[in-house]
Ligand binder design. Sequence first.
Ligand SMILES: [Zn+2]
Length: 823
Amino acid sequence: MYKFTLLITLLFTTLSFSQSLQSPEEFLGYRIGTEFSRHADVVSYFEYVAANSDWVTYREYGKTNERRSLTYAIVTNPENQANIETIRTNQLKNAGIEDGSADPDKAIVWLSYNVHGNEASSTEASMLTLYELITTKKEWLQNTVVIIDPCINPDGRDRYTNWYNKVKATPYDTNPDAAEHNEPWPGGRANHYLFDLNRDWAWATQKETRQRLKVYNSWLPHIHVDFHEQGINNPYYFAPAAEPYHQIITPFQFQFQKEIGTNHAKYFDQNGWLFFTREVFDLLYPSYGDTYPTYTGSIGMTYEQAGGGRAGLGIKKADGTILTLVDRVAHHFTTGISTVEMAANNVDRLNSEFKKYYSNSDVSYKNFTLTGESDHLAALAELLDTHSIEYSFALSGTTSGYKYTSKKQGEMSYDQALVVSTDQPKGKLVHVLFEPEAALSTPLTYDITAWSLPYAYGLEAVASTKANSETTTVPLASERNAMSKNAAGYISKWNSMEDAKFLSALLQANIKVRFSEKAFTNSGIDYPNGSLIITRSDNNSTEFDSELITIANQFKRKLTAVQTSFASAGPDFGSSSVKLINKAKIAVLSGEQTSSLSYGATWHFFEQQLKYPVTSILAEDLSRVNLTDYDVLVLPSGRYRFDEGSLDQLKSWVRGGGNLIAIDNALKAFSDKDGFALKESEPVKEEDTIVNKLIPYAERESSRATELISGSIFKTQIDNTHPLAFGYNTTYYTLKIGSDAYALLDKGYNVAYLTDNPESVSGYAGEDALKALENSLVFGVEPMGRGSLTYMVDDPLFRAFWQNGKLFFVNALFLNNPNNYRD
Ligand SMILES: [Zn+2]
């Protein structure tokens, strides 16, 4: 098998060079690629090498949710090791992030392995790459620092490899039908909470990402490689990337990707290995392991080997040949080494171009000014901190430029605003994250096409081409409360996730909380509907005031103590419009009928964001569960196979007072079914069918784009008199991730919806898809008996980054009290 020769030759050469240092094979006791290595064993090998070589330092940068180590190795010659802090800070000085001048003479390459857990060959390759660099490629390490993260996603990788080791035949079975090639739900791709870590770099919702970004931002490498795997029949993929490219990417970044690709091609051609470039994997969505580094000045690249969760140690491909783990490792090893070679040969260019990247004088928007609810501003500021992006808070002023809500030039005045300038080292990243709309050369992208942060955080914003002179930094007010022993009760606002977390903590402390369905005035202050009311009569313990104040201070909530429950306008505290919030028992469906991403996002929301208990129930076990034990049942997106019996079970539970929340594809379990009000809108096709039938083969893919919505932002109308929309204004910007459309409910409440002229404010939406969205539902409630079904066409928990949608979900859990619909 000629394919193995390169690897074998390399292993033999390295052995003769360093008798003292064990190769991965010697250390682990098997040839790399003939077994899947456990994460702990990979860590042991890196520790062993660092302990026995002064060319390697190895550090832990964090732990995963399942307490596995997140690590990185710094690989360079001993003189550089001794000087490593200077090398690192010189890089930051070159970017303008640290003060002082520097004349850096080192290249920094960062190799990230195995972000997708079941694309498991790359972690194996990381060990061979480490060994190769410090044995036969030492000369490159004179002027190059290589940082190796052997596994970005250890929980996912071990989930995959432990499963594989458990079911695999001996010897391994190459028949694709074999169990070892058919990974069970949810697979090993994602992390513990089933998040795709290669969609999380910019939003940093996951523990792995947040810990990695701290280290990554302290280095900002010249080159970053994210190693992946794809379908088993594909040739290897490497840079240059596919269109669309983001416009902020510089000519040098294109050019150098191409040069690296050419270097790889040389080795692949020598070995007779197939590859492809420039197709499929684009550079647009900013949350990938290639784009995020690109937007911070790196040459950011994705490498894709054939393999993934299906491939095991060996599998027969469609052409009859066998793809082995040994081959997969050899390819990733080769591109990793070739990348370091390119860095070592181009140190001066990499440094001078890196410096140029950080000059942001040519960026079109100079300033983004955002105003709105202070919790939303604070949440956004926290995200900016994660990326080491600078910002300031400005007090009262006016700014002009592109207004996000009107999509026109205009003025915006504010009492308090967050100002983010592009005149800072991370200016290009700021531009990408905040710009109203990313220009697209083709709508056929690998991912969503809109993410603009002002819409995601529910803020009014202006993008300005002029610098904002006002740069006063004013800290956001922080609330402290004092006890008021004579108070009839306390009132607190309801319009942010911080309010929701506060409610969650109160309910778990068994403090009874009410909300007002109507606006009211008490002691001269007006309160909108949804305001929380915590009364002494509901909570008659002596500890009540101190417990409540402690929790409010912990969540920085402002409580207004009122001496009377009498309202000068609107309902009094004792009114039937002031409803008690139930400490709901909540269940969520999981398992292979659900989308693992949607289930994971829901699970993460309860455990890590809202911090409220939830019971996960396998969808296939539903008929064995006594649903009357639960108040709320959440159906994440999925392909549910409910038979009539299950649908009847759900219906009778809802009629008896159950609160069912269905998200995204879960709506298909109810749409157009007997006894449910939900109807799917048929996609509208162009009438001129002859023309459609005669679209040439070569144009079919792009013609399909008219039916597409690839992650776009839409402005929706809101009925904010309904509890599902308490805390919101009359408009809301939703992220649509697909083109499914549902008609407005005949029997029920259409709480968020698109009108007869649906307009995508950012991102791609094809004309046929837009027609189907006319007068369509976004969020709605169908009352049924004593309970209700809440339909969420767009998933507000998608990737956990659409901050402003989350309160709809919390309202559905707690304020949309099914008892409201009692007949
Ligand atoms: Zn991948």
